[in-house]
Design a protein around this ligand. Structure first.
Ligand code: IMP
Length: 183
């Protein structure tokens, strides 16, 4: 018998608890898309994905926004393969687009400590966009230390390590269709 993959254990053996189901994700992302369609009408925004974790969320989110928009990506690192933030954020891949004078919406998978968000807020606002807003799919509200409101939030979640729908554990399990708690 072949050894089961962690993916199979998660999906078929209920090895991890589902925190946000596929259905709930779909519904909430449609709502966010409609709200963003209203808020960014006539603004032709640049949607900036924060790699790697955002890739599934941004793919679904932009298809729920019925506007002309551009998409760009940046990549930052703070965790490595650890489950706890190292406290150091570095830019691994910068934006290609010139965001000066543009309406920028940054798409995050999760706000945990809030360090990444704070880093991006400082870095991107220095480039003088017309507006700078943030959307995060998941928000660990009790844990995050940020001194400004996040503009759009998918779900507030407890302070647990989560995987799936783009979020990884040691680079695997991003392809799980829902968000699971990893005990
Ligand atoms: P920050 O602590 O808010 O700066 O979050 C930094 C990054 O850590 C996020 O963008 C995620 O990529 C990753 N991260 C934070 N919490 C989790 C989690 O529960 N599961 C998987 N990745 C996480």
């Amino acid at each position: 018998m072949n050894k089961k993959t962690v993916f199979e254990k998660a999906v078929y053996d209920s090895a991890f608890r589902v925190l946000v189901s596929k259905n709930a994700l779909e519904k909430r992302i449609q709502q966010l898309g409609q709200q963003l369609t209203r808020d960014y009408r006539d603004k032709e925004p640049i949607i900036v994905g924060v790699l790697n974790g955002c890739f599934i969320f941004i793919a679904d989110l932009v298809r729920a926004i019925e506007l002309d928009l551009e998409i760009d990506f940046l990549k930052i690192s703070s965790y490595g393969d650890a489950q706890v933030s190292s406290g150091q954020v570095t830019m691994l891949k910068d934006l290609q687009a010139d965001i000066r004078g543009r309406h920028v919406l940054v798409v995050e998978d999760i706000v945990d400590t809030g360090l990444s968000l704070k880093f991006l807020q400082e870095k991107l606002s220095a480039l003088k966009p017309a507006s700078l807003k943030f959307v995060t799919l998941l928000y660990k509200k009790q844990k995050a230390k940020i001194h400004f409101e996040i503009d759009y939030i998918g779900f507030e979640i407890p302070d647990e390590f989560v995987i799936g729908y783009g979020l990884d554990h040691k680079q695997i399990l991003r392809n799980l269709p829902a968000v699971y708690i990893m005990d």
